[in-house]
Design a protein around this ligand. Structure first.
Ligand SMILES: C[S@@+](CC[C@H](N)C(=O)[O-])C[C@H]1O[C@@H](n2cnc3c(N)ncnc32)[C@H](O)[C@@H]1O
Length: 240
């Protein structure tokens, strides 16, 4: 008997249903997650993470919470740069497939088991669209990052250039689900392009980060705009 799809890409879930569906989806695709990532991005994801860590601009030994850490790619990159990562993810399957030596914990990025102002920085890769409440997430970032600390959020994007956007749409809408279906789970990789619809317009997202208590909020487009990197600094009381 065939299994029901782990997530319905044509009817994007919200609220608790979304949390359950996203967790189940990542539990299912965890064993082959890294392989599909490398294949579908032609290894560009590795360079994007490296750039993200560089743009954190934190000194060696800084503590960085990698939120929605998945299989730990960001933790590996942070360790290579001399930083001290701690990974958090909702999916036990993803954590169980991780290859990092960084401490990892199963936790919701919206309710982190961290004291106030306890980390120097935060990284988060390709997870914003999976969260149920982006505003709540930004408030949680403002709570756990110390004043003057940094955040770097990497996410997919849709290119503004119409030709690139068309090609990108075909690749992510048709080719990626096939690659995902061959190597891993087709439903999950059909959800990937559709889930971009969860993201608010860039100016709304940046404005919300500023309201949450971040300054120097910046957004860089990577590789022709198929990826975006949002960076910001937690405001210090004397700057307010
Ligand atoms: C596309 S993967 C990205 C993994 C990793 N950051 C990377 O760069 O490859 C998205 C991850 O977000 C996690 N996730 C989704 N919702 C979450 C939440 N509310 N709290 C923590 N992790 C969450 C998923 O379990 C999954 O591991």
């Amino acid at each position: 008997m065939s299994q029901p799809p782990v997530i319905d890409a044509d009817d994007l879930p919200e609220g608790d249903e979304k949390v359950r569906a996203v967790r189940a989806m990542f539990d299912t695709i965890a064993p082959r997650y890294d392989l599909v990532n490398r294949v579908m991005t032609f290894r560009m994801d590795v360079g994007w993470r490296r750039r993200t860590v560089r743009d954190l601009r934190l000194g060696p030994g800084s503590t960085v919470a990698d939120l929605a850490c998945g299989t730990g790619d960001f933790c590996l990159e942070l360790e290579r740069a001399g930083l001290r990562p701690i990974g958090f993810d909702l999916s036990f399957g993803m954590l169980a497939s991780a290859r990092t030596t960084a401490p990892l914990a199963q936790a919701d990025a919206l309710r982190l088991p961290l004291p106030d102002a306890s980390v120097d920085g935060v990284t988060c890769g390709f997870a914003l669209r999976n969260l149920v409440a982006l505003d709540g997430f930004f408030d949680e970032l403002a709570r756990v990052v110390r004043p003057g600390g940094r955040i770097a959020l990497l996410e997919v994007a849709e290119p503004a250039n119409p030709v690139l956007r068309w090609g990108h749409g075909i690749y992510f809408g048709s080719v990626v689900p096939r690659i995902g279906g061959l190597i891993s789970d087709a439903a999950a990789y059909r959800y990937l392009p559709k889930s971009v619809a969860y993201l608010p317009p860039p100016e709304v997202m940046l404005g919300r980060l500023a309201s949450a208590g971040f300054v120097s909020v910046d957004r860089a487009l990577l590789t022709g705009g198929i990826s975006q990197l949002v960076t910001a600094t937690r405001v210090r009381p004397e700057w307010a």
